[in-house]
Design a protein around this ligand. Structure first.
Ligand SMILES: [Zn+2]
Length: 434
């Protein structure tokens, strides 16, 4: 292990305290938003509050940041060298700006992350992710891999034939991509007569979709990928506004934090910290960011954190699998549930051939959640078993309905859909066609 991976608890705390002081001073002095926001918190501009009192700073979320990027900008606009945007699957996409130093920080972060997954300069890495379309991730991976000294094959996500060709011709050891597209790529390889396990890829770095259940066991996608490619899967979590990622080590028990780049909290709905190991909203403070530093930013992603030492020897905090986004949160008879938790239960029944989870609003404004499933064999038996498993695993039972496979197919893939849906959210009125 390298020096920064052997950090002791004391060293981590000292690193974070120093980085926090610099982040506070920078934001207070340069950001029009934070000058106001931190005014009522106490602690003069030059004397930051201690990190252990960070909860005195009110949290902010994407709605504050989007449409208001300029108020967060801490540098003259001519210092900005790269401008990215979030995909904006929910709400307004936001604009995030980076300076040259921010790009170097991004590269350092990914260098640490890839090294955490055991990559070295001798690896040849196929990037099956996009480097354009204003995404931060592809560029970050590219820069981090370059810093690590890897050879990079920038195939992109939408070119399976090119990936196939390159897997044939170059000895690729690692593939970075979204689990569902990596599964598709594996299928394309098989169709072309090439066993995905044959090119000798050792590792799949998985982004954007979970490959593990909350208890760190592999979910169905993770299992399928390992079987298909005969390679080890690693999950990495990244967030545009944090300009950071946390990647798993060989232990596969959460993504490791790089403590000089980020401070992480997990909060409940009232903004109180939840105990380690329990799911809450990931809230983070960026360290070392020049253009748009953020303090106590609620990411909208829900996960648990773990602080006990990892079996890999690192003592840094770990972030567990993302169990859902704020927009997907369901209130099922008073219990907060994410569709992913329901899916994990459904996926554990081999006799269930297809399913869809639907959320509606009741007349009183509560969430009504229904699971429709098709199965081989005894439907009523499966329904009883499902009830029990939901009660045990998620502490709440949705309405469970047996349906014909064709009906489920129509719900999963309505006309014109490009992606199969396992969760249909009917709680928002449909937006008028553009
Ligand atoms: Zn570890």
């Amino acid at each position: 292990m390298t020096q920064e991976e052997r950090l002791t608890g004391e060293r981590i705390a000292a690193l974070q305290e120093r980085a926090w002081a610099r982040a506070w001073q920078h934001a207070q002095a340069r950001s029009p938003f934070y000058r106001e926001h931190l005014r009522g918190v106490g602690g003069a501009a030059q004397t930051p509050i201690p990190l252990k009192e960070i909860a005195r700073v009110p949290t902010i979320d994407k709605s504050v940041l989007s449409g208001n990027s300029d108020a967060f900008l801490c540098v003259p606009p001519e210092r900005v060298v790269d401008i990215v945007s979030t995909s904006g699957s929910t709400g307004k996409p936001l604009v995030y700006m980076l300076t040259e130093a921010d790009l170097r920080r991004l590269a350092l972060n990914e260098h640490y992350s890839f090294r955490c997954a055991g990559l070295t300069g001798s690896d040849t890495v196929l990037l099956a992710v996009t480097l354009d379309r204003c995404f931060i991730a592809g560029m970050a991976y590219f820069m981090g891999l370059r810093r690590l000294g890897c050879a990079i094959v920038r195939a992109g996500p939408a070119t399976p034939m090119l990936s196939l060709e390159m897997l044939h011709r170059v000895r690729i050891t690692v593939v970075v991509g979204v689990p569902s597209s990596l599964l598709l790529l594996g299928e394309k390889l098989a169709e072309a007569g090439l066993d995905p396990a044959r090119p000798g890829v050792r590792k799949l770095i998985c982004i954007g979709e979970p490959i593990r259940n909350p208890d760190f066991s592999l979910n169905r996608a993770g299992e399928l990928l390992e079987r298909q490619w005969q390679a080890r899967v690693y999950s990495t979590y990244g967030n545009t506004e944090l300009a950071a990622s946390l990647c798993e080590c060989d232990a596969g028990r959460g993504g490791h934090l790089h403590p000089e780049l980020l401070y992480v909290e997990v909060l409940d709905e009232a903004g109180r910290p939840v105990p380690d190991g329990q799911v809450g909203e990931l809230t983070a403070t960026t360290f070392g960011v020049e253009a748009m530093p953020l303090i106590r930013y609620r990411t909208g992603d829900f996960a648990a954190i773990y602080r006990e030492p990892c079996s890999c020897g690192r003592l840094t905090l770990r972030l567990g699998p993302i169990v859902g986004r704020a927009s997907q949160k369901l209130k099922l008879k008073g219990t907060t549930v994410f569709p992913a938790a329901l899916r994990a239960v459904l996926d554990s029944f081999p006799e269930i051939s297809a399913y869809v989870i639907m959320a509606r609003l009741t007349a009183s404004g509560a969430d009504a959640v229904e699971v429709r499933f098709a199965c081989h064999g005894d439907g009523n038996g499966a329904r009883r078993a499902l009830r029990e498993r939901f009660q045990g695993a998620v502490k709440a039972v949705p309405e469970i309905t047996l349906a014909a496979p064709a009906e489920i197919e129509a719900l999963q893939m309505p006309e014109g859909a490009r992606k199969r849906r396992h969760f249909v959210d009917l709680r928002q009125p449909a937006s008028p066609p553009a």
